[in-house]
Design a protein around this ligand. Structure first.
Ligand code: LLP
Length: 428
């Protein structure tokens, strides 16, 4: 699942001691394992190899340029949703021809940047956007490819904030209307509407919703093909689960063995996947230090130096992240990561940050070895949607990021300074 493990009671990332890294960079800090990133990427690539997929890493989940560069080196393309992500992906050495550009609100300037770069596909989310991109490509006389994002009206059984493929969500076009849209707009001299895209939500801890969604869009595709329309690209989006809890997510091969029979030999030239979380989540931890232990009204709080501005997932999605001290007595080495993890001698804490909001809480009534001021805590599975969703709220400089390769650790983003907090504000 990842390369974070306890050796004699001390947490290691690959062959690097987490406490040693903290000794150099302080807390809070994100620490990533390069091997975990690469292994997760390779598992997906190998599981789906029978359909020779274009894997477009979803850069929004962890966009540090060093990480993107590493994945581009593995052959990954990128799933992007903004001009900024396009810029990053290109800076990281990504091949624009292996990029897909989704998002309901692409601006003209972003569309032009993507055309200039030679983007692989626009994943189009509405008729209005389709007409706009047709105008822009015609004006500029640039031929480009697009996939229509279809909302298949599937319940991916995930948090309401991250379900995207249900009727009435803002994403894609209604499946009832998709066929007539392609019939009407496919014959354009510059915008080749030859693909279909779905992304139904995240995380999806079973292959079933994919099967349902793909089956529905295949029916649309077959009907179009009967009348001579060319649909040569199927992009099934991202959303594969990650192990926030031990063995929570299916393996890449579990998804693959159900999905591949449905899409192989169906006449697609390009099969695209857009995994993010399944590659990045377990490749990173957020390490924080206990500032104070506070007892109040019969409860114990561990007040730590990371806050919801550094990792917003617990408050935004009620997300569970396993938390454990970086250094423990050997009898407290956890043998799995789960919400109900328990062993004799643990003490219940609310693990909370310093932000002035009561939502600033990483865990409620969490059983942990007894904590004291100065202890380090690792918040696991924080490599996806951790740093990228962080902010400077409460004027807190964003934290540093470290990338580990075996026994080497490299600072890949420095901790921001107070000066960084005001550097974009025009003073005077
Ligand atoms: N493709 C599209 C079009 C997407 O919108 C997303 C994620 C992905 C691919 C990648 O999904 P993944 O493989 O990472 O599940 N902030 C939330 C997750 C938001 C997902 C947004 N879209 C979280 O922390 O759980």
């Amino acid at each position: 699942m990842d390369r974070f493990e306890y050796r004699e009671g001390n947490l290691f990332c690959e062959d690097s001691s987490v406490a040693d890294i903290i000794g150099q960079v302080g807390t809070p800090v994100y620490i990533y394992s390069s091997q975990t990133f690469v292994e997760h990427y390779r598992k997906i690539a190998s599981a789906f190899s029978p359909v020779n997929p274009i894997i477009c890493y979803s850069i929004k989940c962890n966009s540090n340029i060093h990480i993107c560069r590493m994945l581009a080196g593995e052959g990954s393309g990128f799933d992007i949703v903004s001009g900024g992500e396009l810029f990053r992906a290109i800076q990281a050495g990504g091949d624009p021809a292996k990029m897909v550009y989704a998002g309901v609100g692409k601006t003209d300037s972003e569309i032009n940047q993507a055309l200039d770069a030679g983007i692989g596909w626009f994943n189009i989310e509405s008729v209005a956007e389709l007409e706009n991109i047709q105008c822009i490509t015609a004006d500029r006389k640039i031929v480009t490819r697009a996939a229509l994002r279809i909302n298949p009206d599937i319940d991916p059984k995930t948090h309401r904030h991250t379900a995207t493929g249900k009727k009435h969500s803002k994403f894609g076009v209604d499946i009832e209307e998709a066929e007539s849209i392609i019939r009407k707009y496919a014959k354009h001299p510059f915008l080749q509407l030859t693909g279909v895209h779905i992304h139904i939500g995240s995380p999806i801890n079973s292959a079933q919703p994919y099967i349902e969604a793909i089956t529905k869009v295949l029916a649309v595709i077959e009907s179009l093909r009967k009348d001579g329309f060319v649909i040569d690209t199927l992009d099934i989006g991202g959303g594969f689960g990650a192990d926030y809890v031990t063995n929570q997510a299916p393996l890449a091969e579990d998804y693959a063995k159900e999905i591949i029979p449905l899409i192989k030999d169906r006449g697609f030239k390009n099969i695209i996947l857009e995994p993010g979380r399944s590659i990045a989540a377990n490749a990173g931890i957020l390490v924080t230090r206990v500032l104070y232990i506070k007892e109040s009204a019969g409860k114990k709080f561990a007040i730590v130096d990371a806050g919801m501005n550094d990792l917003i997932r617990p408050v935004l999605y009620d997300a569970f992240h396993f938390i454990w001290p970086v250094n423990v007595d050997e009898k407290y080495v956890p043998n799995n990561r789960s919400e109900s993890f328990d062993m004799p001698g643990l003490v219940e804490y609310d693990v909370v940050g310093p932000i002035c909001e009561s939502g600033d809480c990483f865990a409620k009534a969490r059983k942990l070895p007894e904590l004291k001021r100065g202890d380090l805590l690792a918040i696991f599975s924080a490599g996806a949607y951790g740093f990228t969703m962080s902010s400077q709220y409460n004027s807190r400089p964003r934290v540093a990021e470290i990338l580990v390769r075996q026994n080497l650790s490299k600072l890949i983003r420095r901790r921001e300074t107070y000066q960084d907090l005001i550097s974009a504000e025009l003073l005077g």
